[in-house]
Design a protein around this ligand. Sequence first.
Ligand code: NAD
Length: 260
Amino acid sequence: MPYPGLDLTGRKALVTGAARGIGAALAIGLAQAGADVAVSDLPTPEARAGVAATAAAIRQAGQSSWQYDMDVQSISAINTTTEQAAHDMGRLDILVNNAGIRRRAAALDVTEADWDAVLDTNLKGAFFCAQAAARQMIPNGFGRIISVSSQLALVGAPHRAAYCASKGGLANLTRVLALEWAEHGITVNAIGPGPTTTPGLLEADTRDADSVQTDLALRMPLGRRMDANELAGAAIYLASDSASATTGHLLVVDGGWTAN
Ligand SMILES: NC(=O)c1ccc[n+]([C@@H]2O[C@H](COP(=O)([O-])OP(=O)(O)OC[C@H]3O[C@@H](n4cnc5c(N)ncnc54)[C@H](O)[C@@H]3O)[C@@H](O)[C@H]2O)c1
């Protein structure tokens, strides 16, 4: 019999950036643990198709799902959609702040537009999603906010100035929100994935397979990129009753990258 402390039956979750990659894997993982899950992503045909596929997998797992357009660069879209999702589901227990982008460039070449896009999505967007979610959770005296940060919150990487700044900021923002909202029964945590095979990572990393493998052999004790499904258990734990005393924490799941 599964450990009951990890059972999410009856919980209602909202996941951002859930059309593909880690967001899709976490949304489906929460559903497999018993949660009903609202899934959201950009208002584009491609993202809507991905969101529909994620929602179908959630229903396949026997749970309810709802689909929304939500660009996390738009605070009005965040507020409207979070309210709508909480209304449609009956309440909101879990937010997974996953939407994120990467723009690789040498620090000397980073443009203001690239800097703003990365920070606005990965940090500002995550903050306002957390704020909108907390407004729904506070009246219930319960909430779980889980942000997808990165192992690059803890260590640097060349050509990732804006990204590393956004993920380091998100890890420390997590601690602030944990302090402020603990009295409302809301825990706020982050997951720090290492390199994980997703469409976004493959689009950004144009190196050949040999150079990737050489780099992984050097930096990643696991010796390979992770699969997005290897992050689902961390999200289920942080969303569960088992994590009632875990807050303000960055749970690094990085194949040993930061142990190096
Ligand atoms: N893949 C990795 O190696 C890795 C490692 C550490 C952290 N992460 C983080 O995990 C998260 C997911 O990354 P991924 O690798 O699955 O990427 P991905 O590009 O495959 O998926 C990201 C999803 O976010 C959506 N998105 C982008 N901008 C958005 C916006 N403004 N509003 C709403 N949705 C938006 C995209 O449409 C896409 O569906 C990101 O926050 C990323 O920084 C990824």
